[in-house]
Design a protein around this ligand. Structure first.
Ligand code: SAM
Length: 236
């Protein structure tokens, strides 16, 4: 799968994605290309931004320059990739959205990273209409740019790629897989700092262990995420 990041900071990639299972599978199960938006500016200063019409603070990314960069990104795909724009105004990114992005048939992903005060609305509307561009937010806060959000989305989506995880089953039991947070987990030593691992986990009784884990998952979800608990318990 080819992932293309369209950004004014290509040197930020692969960054953290070069490590661990993402990094090991880079170049094998997935490939990364960056497109430097600045390369598509048409003046000698490589200008990618300008002041907003109507006034207001900050600068906006220019539609013509961003459009040329996205068109270059698209030129490397034979099929139809998913096109994402990272923006605080987008759909909230969740496990469900990651699964949708990774749905088959899948011909790769293009991710546009904004900077400054964002991107001229016309280029967003054009790519939404012509390529189904999805606007995605990683949370209700504002970051300086879309590069870290793009990394978050890539990291999360790649966990659902066949063959990338040593133990694919773990994605099915993790937090959010069924609107529940994960139960607490323990490893050796059996006693640490005077605290014992819950005895049921040492019992070898798998039915009892499963029941205990489910009850713990429900307790954690109810306490930490009442919104998720309402969804899980069907009251929403
Ligand atoms: N003026 C914009 C607003 O109020 O919605 C914020 C622009 S932000 C400073 C610059 C860029 O960072 C955005 O275009 C977007 O690409 C990225 N960004 C910032 N926060 C984000 C978030 N929560 N989720 C996704 N992208 C974000």
């Amino acid at each position: 799968m080819l992932v293309t990041v369209v950004t004014i900071f290509p040197e930020m990639f692969p960054g953290p994605l070069a490590h661990s299972l993402c990094g090991k599978s880079l170049g094998k199960l997935w490939n990364l290309r960056t497109v430097n938006i600045r390369d598509f500016a048409d003046d000698k200063h490589h200008t990618v931004d300008d002041s907003p019409y109507g006034g207001g603070a900050g600068m906006l990314m220019k539609p013509d320059v961003v459009h040329r960069a996205l068109t270059d990104a698209l030129s490397q795909y034979e099929g139809i990739p998913k096109v994402l724009f990272m923006t605080p105004r987008g759909r909230a990114f969740t496990n469900k959205v990651a699964l949708e992005i990774m749905e088959k048939p899948r011909d790769g992903v293009i991710i546009l990273c904004g900077r400054y005060e964002g991107v001229d609305q016309r280029v967003i509307d054009h790519w939404k209409a012509t390529h189904g561009m999805l606007e995605i937010s990683i949370g209700d806060y504002v970051l300086f740019g879309g590069e870290i959000p793009a990394m978050v989305v890539m990291d999360s989506c790649l966990r659902f790629m066949d063959g990338i995880m040593n133990n694919h089953e773990s994605t099915q039991h993790e937090s959010f897989a069924v609107d529940l947070l994960e139960h607490p987990q323990y490893t050796k030593p059996a006693v640490w700092n005077g605290v014992e691992v819950p005895s049921v986990l040492l019992s070898g009784n798998h039915k009892a262990i499963n029941e205990w884990q489910l009850e713990q998952a429900k307790f954690v979800t109810r306490s930490a995420r009442p919104d998720l608990w309402l969804r899980y318990s069907g009251d929403a």
